[in-house]
Design a protein around this ligand. Structure first.
Ligand code: FE2
Length: 239
């Protein structure tokens, strides 16, 4: 386990989406992540057209306050996980949808049924508008499993995020796929995608051990600390 990890995908903000149900849940998730080496968590509640970003900002300010009281050694930033839609860049431009930690990076998800053409088009569209789209849990989109497609998304301006838990075990096809993409350098970010104490709490230690064993500590540091730091500092990560 290494210390100083930055998590770029979490549903730790309470009363917001299907993530943390209350502040107690939030505190549990934060301390669990801290015990696995994380020192910074970007809260990324699901975007909804009906939600008002000002209420998110209020909850986020509360989170920062409570975080200090809890004495858990984790800092927080705010973002959103946004399911791609046509006018997404307009909403981002207008501040009605949030980028990651105020940077140009946007955590973008698609529907598992979306075609490869639709995903590629969405990524290119966001990149053309000056955003740095990060494909959330890329392992969920079967159309990306075909040879050469992930490379195409990356060439189109996309960054690839996979979930830590998708690197665990050996039997599931998505695990084999994620492990291969990671070792061949096509994964830029990892995320816990933590939700609640009783549903997808942060679980990263097995994945951390596997990365360290197969790729060395340097690779683990790059994925857990150095690459996500580019988001916090709004620097372009070389693809
Ligand atoms: Fe998520």
């Amino acid at each position: 386990m290494i210390e100083g990890g930055i998590d770029i995908h979490s549903h730790i903000l309470p009363h917001t989406d299907d993530g943390a149900v209350d502040w107690e849940d939030t505190a549990f998730l934060a301390s669990e992540a801290a015990s696995q080496g994380f020192r910074h968590i970007i809260a990324t509640p699901h975007f909804s057209r009906k939600a008002d970003p000002s209420s998110l900002l209020e909850k986020y300010a509360n989170l920062v306050q409570k975080g200090l009281l809890w004495r858990i050694p984790v800092r927080f930033s705010l973002g959103q996980e946004i399911r791609y839609f046509e006018e997404m860049a307009d909403w981002l431009d207008q501040g009605k949808a949030l980028t990651l930690a105020g940077s140009r990076y946007v955590l973008t998800e698609f529907s598992p049924e979306d075609s490869f053409t639709a995903i590629l088009r969405g990524i290119r569209q966001l990149a053309l508008r000056g955003y740095l789209p990060v494909v959330a849990h890329a392992e969920r989109y079967g159309c990306l499993y075909e040879k050469g497609r992930l490379e195409e998304v990356i060439r189109g301006g996309g960054y690839i995020q996979v979930n830590y838990t998708s690197l665990e075990g050996l039997l599931r096809p998505e695990v084999r796929w994620c492990r291969r993409q990671l070792l061949e350098g096509r994964v830029h970010f990892l995320g816990t995608d933590m939700h609640r104490k009783d549903y997808r709490p942060p679980r990263t230690l097995e994945a951390q051990r596997w990365i360290e064993k197969k790729g060395g500590e340097k690779l683990l540091r790059r994925l857990m600390i150095e690459n996500p730091r580019c988001i916090l500092e709004n620097r372009i990560l070389k693809q």
